[in-house]
Design a protein around this ligand. Sequence first.
Ligand code: PLP
Length: 400
Amino acid sequence: MDNFNPADNIQDLQYFGEFGGVNPSISDSSTYTFLSAKTMFDTFEGNMEGCYLYSRHSSPSNLYLDKALAAMEGTETANVSASGMGAITPTLLQLCGAGDHIVSSRTIYGGTYAFLKNFAPRMGIKTTFVDITKLDLVEAAITPDTKVLYCETVSNPLLEVADIAGLSKIAKKHNLTLVVDNTFSPLSVTPIKLGADIVIHSLTKYINGSSDTVGGVTCASQEFINSLKDVNSGASMLLGPTMDSMRSASVMKNMRTLHLRIKQHSYNAAYLAERFEKDGLKTVYPGLASHPSHKIYASMINPEYGFGGMMTLDVGSLAKANELMELMQAKNLGYLAVSLGFYKTLFSAPGTSTSSEIPLEEQAEMGLTDGLIRFSIGLDNDIERTYQMMKACMQELSIL
Ligand SMILES: *Cc1c(COP(=O)(O)O)cnc(C)c1O
C-alpha cells in the first residue's frame, strides 16, 4: 500500500446513473423482483453475487457508498449503517459473544464507552479499559478470553493518538481483532495500512460534513462484512441499523469534497492551535510539537491531509468555558453544539456533554478537566480574522 492515496482511490471509482446520469440513480425500493424462484432461494442462501434481496440487507445506493468508503480505507468492502453506533455495536456483537472479553481504550466516544461498560455485560461481554498510549498496559490487560482490541485513532475528546502499528503487533501476537474508530481522522490516517483489521466511522462527522444526518460504516474484509449481513446470524442484518438509500446517496455526494474540506479543517486548526499555544493557553492539537503523541502521529498520517480539525483549549474552569462559548456563539464564531466536521466551528465542554457518560472521578483520572473546550474548527475562509475575533472574546473575559 506504498502509493496508497485514499482520496485518489475514491476519485478513481466511476459510477453512472441508469440513464447515463453523472450521479448514480438512487434506489427507491425496499424489495426486489426475481425472474425465477430458484434465484430467490439462492440469494437467501447468500449465493447470488449482484442480486438484491431486501434493502435491510443491501441496496444499490448503499453499495455505491460502501465501495467509496472501502476505497478510502483500503479494505475489500464495507457496510454502511444508519449511525456510527449502528456500525460499532453490531461489529462488536459480531466479534464477541457471552464469555468474551474486549480490551478498549478508556478515552473513547461516550456512547461507545457506555455500550461497553453498561450494555455489553448484559450479553456476557466484559471490557477492560486501558490507557491506549501505554502498550505494556494494553498487553497486560489481555486474558485468554480476549477477542478484540478497540481504540480510536485520535481519541475523543483528549486527542490521544493510538499507535496503531504497535497495537496491531500485540493484536496479531494474541490473535485478536484490532478494531479502529477513525472518525476524527478520515484521509489523514489509513488504519489498515498500519495493521488494523476493521475500521469504523461515524459518517455523521467529517465524511458527510454537513451536519444534516447521522450515519456510520464498518470497513473490513468481504468475509467479515458477509458475516455481519448474514440473514441467519449477522448482527447488522438482525439488529437492523440500515441506512436509507436517499441518505446514502447524499452522503456519497458530500464525500466528493472530503479531501478539500479535510485540508482546510487541518490548516485552520493548526493555525489557531499554534497561535493560542503561543498566547499561553493550554492547547492540545496533535500537530503541535508539544503534543505527547506528535511524533508518532506525524509518522502515521498521509501528510497532505494534515493533523485534522480537532483541538482543545483549557480555559481554567467550567464557568469560564461556558462564558467563552456563549460569547463566541453571540459573535457568530461558531455554534455551541456537540458533533464535529461541520463548515462552521462547533464547540462544547466535553465533561458536561459528550463525555458525561464517563464518571467524574474517571474523567479526572484521564485528564478531562472542567475548563476544557473541544473545538471542531470550521472551514473559515480567513482564519487570521477568526483568530483575532476569538482572541478578542478571550480578552473580554480575561482568559488572555
Ligand atoms: C459521533 C461518534 C460516534 C457515534 O456516531 P453516531 O453517528 O453519532 O452514532 C462514534 N465514534 C466517534 C469517535 C464519534 O465522534
